[in-house]
Design a protein. Structure first.
Length: 320
């Protein structure tokens, strides 16, 4: 039986429709995602939806201020690359301007510091990438172009919580067309709180009115309708982020028991680059990098994706 905290799918769907404005392009994007999933699915390829980055929740209708969930997008962008290496096609649902596959490696670089002029002057000169500023740029660019040419990566952007929720639903319905070949890898940091439109001030909140007190409602969890109704045959992975390690595994197990999906990747904010636990119904596997591996810039996302690839393979054979 659903508890008050975990409302059933029709209630979640009703609230989504009434309290979160759908972006105007949602149907167009859904069409693109459906075509992408069907094209790759019929070529025998698996398709993964990677969500990445944090959602933004406005505090005013004509928004000046908003509440942001922390996420650089590195987990999602890095994981997307490893999924592509293992033959998946990737729908990358990410926060506008968060880290992006391949370009993430050069995120801190000033473009003009990374280029050199050679031969000639003015408009006819050659521009050359500086390998010192852009290490490994040749192979990275080559791989990026192969992925692009193969139409293997479909980027979709969100900024606000409302956009994220509607685009997630659209993506789930689009990928459901390929059944168990679809994976959902929900690494985005999604707000648990929002202000419904009926309670939101229209104009900028005035500081002359004194200290600000806000009351926010709970966001319905999308995992329930996703697993039960939108993509019931897909392989679904969620993430659990905590800052207190002592409650992490208990919270991850709770999420699995509530939503009955396939795995939770549990991580603690401070140690997330080197340590995660993959929690499933009857197991838990620790993935950890040694200090030496961290120095050599081994990425834990490679281990996470390898682990899930094997689990997804097993899942698909069970479904057939
Ligand atoms: O981007 P980085 O800087 O590399 O950091 C990566 C990360 C720490 C953000 C990532 O590894 C991570 O843990 N992401 C999930 C963080 C989170 O917001 O957890 P949560 O407890 O709010 O949500 C748990 C799960 O429920 C998530 O998979 C989320 O997609 C899903 N959810 C959340 C809210 C909501 N309304 N519906 C949902 O389905």
């Amino acid at each position: 039986m659903a508890s008050a905290e975990t409302p059933s799918s029709p209630i979640v769907e009703g609230r989504l429709a009434q309290e979160f404005a759908a972006p105007s392009h949602v149907e167009t994007v859904k069409g693109l995602m459906t075509e992408f999933a069907e094209r790759h699915g019929s070529a025998g390829r698996r398709v993964v939806l990677v969500t990445s980055g944090g959602t933004k929740v406005p505090l005013e209708s004509r928004t000046v201020r908003f509440l942001d969930n922390f996420s650089s997008g590195r987990r999602g962008a890095t994981s997307a690359e490893y999924f592509l290496e293992l033959g998946y096609a990737v729908v990358f649902l990410h926060r506008h301007r968060s880290l992006y596959p391949y370009t993430r490696r050069y995120a801190g670089v000033n473009l003009l510091d990374s280029l050199r002029l050679e031969d000639g002057t003015g408009t006819s000169c050659q521009v050359v990438a500086d390998e010192q500023v852009l290490p490994n740029i040749g192979p990275v660019l080559k791989r990026y172009q192969e992925v692009k040419k193969g139409g293997l990566l479909l980027p979709v952007e969100f900024s606000t919580l409302s956009e994220y929720l509607h685009l997630l639903k659209a993506a789930a319905q689009a990928l459901s067309t390929i059944g168990s070949k679809a994976m959902f890898y929900l690494a985005a940091a999604v707000s648990d709180f929002y202000i419904p439109p009926s309670e939101m001030p229209e104009h900028k909140i005035q500081s002359s009115n004194g200290p600000l007190q806000i009351s926010m409602k709970m966001v319905p969890k999308m995992l329930r309708p996703l697993v039960k109704d939108w993509a019931p045959k897909a392989f679904v992975i969620s993430f659990k982020l905590e800052t207190n390690p002592s409650i992490l595994l208990e919270r991850a197990r709770q999420a699995l028991a509530t939503y009955r999906h396939h795995a939770v990747i549990a991580n603690v904010l401070d140690t997330r680059r080197g340590y995660v636990v993959v929690v499933t119904q009857d197991d838990q596997v620790e993935l950890a990098l040694t200090e030496e591996e961290m120095r050599q810039e081994v990425e834990i996302e490679e281990r996470i994706v390898q682990n899930l690839f094997a689990a997804h393979t097993h899942f698909m054979t069970q479904q057939d």
